[in-house]
Design a binder for this molecule. Structure first.
Ligand code: PMP
Length: 401
């Protein structure tokens, strides 16, 4: 066939699914593109500090797994997850005040997969999903891909406003409320216990799933731990708690889990079977081995201590970097700090100038449903040393001027 006759017979390929078209470009991908340039001080990516990974401990766990149970480690496994890992996770939940059996847990390929599984199990196109505002970007993406109508619940520094939640539940009959109540991505804020109790009460009285996403809760360097929403009266039978080793062990392991009532957990397991059959066996066994042989809590305390110093470094320099009239959060843990510049500033438009100065942040607008607040931005304070953070903030100040 000649080139001319080939082009004459070419027809357009069929269109993408509607759900893929509505989601548009991926802001997460755009952010990750910036992180690839080593000369940029990257406050944008949510990357745990790599020098703090317990590479030796994790490597020892893998070595032991391959020495002791190589065939099992390399074989297919059950969708629900390796019993040894689920058992160890159940013990950790129970020790933190939430009685949990291994059977209450489904191991997932990162907690991000848990969000996708929940969307598959719960959301019909057009269903309403409630989220806090601003909200974790990739959760908005998951709900958008599922065809949900995402509605933001008004809130304040303590998180979701229970009165606003009640009104929206009555009006929209939503399937679920998604929240990151501890060290929220993107603001770093934590919902106090009384607010959690009120959210649980609304969910119980009006009928609502709560998806409590908690990848950061262990990374507390100040203040007292607040119990999970899942443990408040009324929430027990309707809260899905998501956990992850990404921020406390290593994100490259892609290990997360969900704790959910049986019917929903089984639906998620079916969805997971269709998605990836199971999470890599060897990673699960190595994590279980790590939990058995090493002291994860001691490791996390060390990491949180360093992160606390880095938060202090960011708080020390941020006032000099941001324009007069800016405000920012003061997280007691986690990885992120959120700032709001005076009204006239557009952090999306200013990002190019900041990157030219050699520093990156995430503009805040994409974290909102619909029209976002353009004067906001998210800074990750854990990836660099205090010295680099100081230098990054000087660059940020130059970039914003
Ligand atoms: N939830 C939140 C709030 C997050 O910030 C992240 C990671 N950025 C995830 C879920 C996904 O984490 P992973 O899949 O690595 O467990």
């Amino acid at each position: 066939m000649t080139a001319a006759s080939a082009s004459a017979s070419v027809a357009a390929v069929p269109a993408l699914a509607a759900r893929a078209r509505v989601v548009g470009g991926s802001a997460v991908r755009d952010i990750l593109a910036v992180t690839a340039r080593p000369e940029v001080i990257n406050f944008a990516g949510g990357l745990p500090a790599p020098e703090l990974f317990d590479a030796e401990g994790v490597a020892a766990a893998f070595r032991d797994v391959f020495a002791d149970t190589p065939a099992r480690a390399l074989q297919y496994a059950t969708t629900e997850g390796e019993p040894a890992l689920r058992e160890a996770l159940a013990i950790r939940h129970t020790a933190r005040g939430l009685p949990t059996d291994a059977d209450d847990l489904l191991v997932t390929t990162g907690s991000q997969q848990a969000l996708s599984l929940l969307a598959t199990a719960l959301i019909e196109p057009g269903d309403v999903v409630l989220v806090e505002t601003p909200c974790y970007l990739a959760a908005l993406q998951v709900f958008g891909l599922a065809g949900a109508q995402v509605v933001a619940v008004a809130g304040d520094a303590d998180g979701i406003d229970p009165g606003a939640l009640e009104e929206l539940v009555a009006r929209h009959r939503p399937k679920l409320l998604y929240t990151v109540p501890t060290f929220r991505n993107p603001t770093g804020q934590t919902m106090p216990a009384d607010r959690r109790a009120a959210v649980a009460e609304v969910a119980a009285r009006l009928g609502l799933w709560i998806v409590e996403d908690d990848p950061y809760g262990e990374l507390r360097f100040e203040g007292e731990r607040v119990p999970w929403i899942a443990s408040f009266p009324g929430a027990e039978d309707r809260t899905v708690l998501l956990g992850s080793f990404s921020k406390v062990m290593a994100p490259g392991l892609r290990l997360g889990w969900l704790r959910a009532p049986e019917l929903l957990r089984r639906a998620c397991a079916v969805a997971k079977q269709a998605a990836d059959l199971h999470t890599p066996t060897v990673n699960q066994l190595a994590a279980a081995r790590y939990l058995a042989d090493q002291d994860l809590d001691a490791h996390v305390r060390r990491v949180a201590g360093v992160y606390g110093e880095r938060r202090d470094a960011m708080l020390a320099g941020i006032g000099g970097a941001l324009p007069e009239g800016s405000s920012w959060t003061r997280p007691e843990g986690g990885m992120f700090l959120w700032a709001r510049l005076p009204e006239a500033y557009d952090t999306g438009a200013l990002l190019r100038g900041a990157v030219e100065q050699g520093v990156a942040y995430v503009p805040g607008a994409p974290f909102f449903v619909g029209e976002g607040d353009r004067a906001t931005l998210r800074l990750c304070f854990v990836t660099q040393t205090p010295e680099e953070i100081g230098e990054g903030l000087r660059r940020l100040g130059a970039g914003l001027r």
